[in-house]
Design a binder for this molecule. Structure first.
Ligand code: ATP
Ligand code: MG
Length: 403
């Protein structure tokens, strides 16, 4: 299906490395995993992400379930987590630093780095006003890139809040009205509904008009300005370099004041503060900040060599009971073991052992079964020796631990 992909065993090591690295970093910063349903009521995204955004207007997989309720495959993680936060009264929980990993769905035009099912790793922190948490989120995001050897530039911006944004929106509409005919049809429609989104339009003609547009930073209120300035100070304290990009707006309406993106030709991750999301979804006056990264885009940039990591291959020449006995002995040792149960020839078994990139094959046939022995073959040197099974542990230690 267009925009949907299978992730095959050949590539799974990269995915696992990415996710395990992320999990260990989150853990080391005291973040707890949250898992929310992939399907949510459509209203959660309409109210959370915003009904004048591209995501809600054009990109959602929405359908009526058998009871006639409108439901949607989640296009992003934050709105569902905010909904879960409210429903589970998480404001009373000590766990307000959360992370998630999982699939998201957007009906977009598939192209490089853009799929209809894609995967995000993200974090959310609720109820912390101090701008240091914005810096911590960025610190974690950057650390993950560093551990994976991925270069990325940090761009930041201040997009204001419901106090200061209306005045800016007004001057923005006045400005764009003068160039209405030069805007794409999408932006002409957005002009009165959500003019800020025009700043983010990827259409070349719109980009030219946007260059001369008034800047939000000239209109932000004192609170937003102070928050933004402090965040920058904390970023400096953490030695994190950033570029201020006053054209950076996010594709989701819930963001307020501080927003950011990590880019390397394309956007790898993005996030910011969303101080009104919880209250917009019917919860209390609880602020939040978070980020999400696209796993597919990161995987594309990882130069990790994918290695099959099977240590031992049991070449079972029709002595399955004996093979199972050996499997039981090996399970006490820290090796990965692939046991063969088909009736291939020894030659094709050893070929398979090579393809699995194993270090050792244990060859067993009727003779070995009778004498309670096995042939241990070093797959790198092709040397082999017959040993008693009681010697297996020592011999394998020699292969795996002595270089
Ligand atoms: P873009 O401007 O590229 O459409 P976005 O603003 O829609 O991105 P977010 O909703 O902020 O992106 O999602 C965060 C990250 O998730 C993106 O930076 C990107 O890495 C990834 N992402 C978003 N949409 C897709 C997609 N359709 N396929 C693959 N990755 C995606
Ligand atoms: Mg998008």
């Amino acid at each position: 299906m267009k925009g949907f992909r299978d992730i095959l065993p050949e590539n799974i090591e990269k995915w696992q490395l990415l996710e395990e690295t992320a999990k260990s970093i989150f853990k080391s910063f005291g973040y707890k995993e949250i898992r929310t349903p992939i399907l949510e009521k459509t209203l959660t995204f309409e109210r959370g992400v915003g009904d004048a955004t591209d995501i809600v207007e054009k990109e959602m997989y929405t359908f009526l379930d058998k009871s006639g309720e409108s439901v949607t495959l989640r296009p992003e993680g934050t709105a569902g987590i905010a909904r879960a936060f409210i429903e589970n009264k998480l404001e009373t929980s000590v766990f307000n630093k959360l992370y998630y990993i999982g699939p998201m769905f957007r009906y977009e035009r598939p192209q490089k780095g853009r799929f209809r099912q894609f995967h995000q790793i993200g974090a959310e922190c609720f109820g912390i006003k101090n701008p240091a948490i914005d810096a911590e989120i960025i610190f974690i995001n950057k650390l993950l890139f560093e551990r994976l050897n991925i270069k990325a530039n940090l761009e930041i911006n201040n997009i204001g809040c419901p106090v200061c944004r209306p005045a800016y929106t007004k001057v923005l509409i006045d400005y764009f009205e003068n160039y209405k005919d030069s805007l794409c049809t999408d932006c002409q429609k957005r002009l009165y509904k959500n003019p800020l989104r025009i700043l983010d339009c990827k259409n070349e003609k719109c980009k030219i008009v946007v260059k001369g547009a008034p800047k939000l930073k000239d209109y932000v209120c004192k609170n937003c300005q102070e928050h933004y300035n402090s965040t920058k100070e904390y970023l400096k304290a953490l030695n994190i370099e950033y570029i201020e990009n006053d054209m950076l707006v996010r594709g989701l309406d819930y963001y307020t004041s501080f927003v950011f993106e990590f880019t390397n030709t394309i956007t790898l991750s993005a996030g910011g503060r969303y101080d009104n999301l919880i209250s917009d979804l019917g919860g209390g006056n609880i602020c939040g900040v978070g980020f999400a990264l696209g796993e597919e885009r990161l995987i594309d940039m990882m130069d990790t060599k994918v290695q099959n990591n099977i240590d031992i291959y049991i070449a079972n020449l029709s002595v399955t009971f004996y093979a199972l006995q050996i499997l039981q002995i090996l399970k006490n040792f820290p090796y990965s073991v692939y046991c063969e149960y088909s009736s291939k020839s020894l030659k094709s078994m050893l070929k398979k052992a090579d393809k699995l990139n194993t270090s050792v094959s244990i060859i067993i046939g009727e003779n070995e079964q009778k004498s309670n022995t096995c042939i241990v073959r070093n797959m790198k040197s092709s040397n082999q020796q017959t040993i008693g099974v009681e010697q297996l542990e020592n011999i394998l230690k020699g292969v795996f631990y002595v270089t």
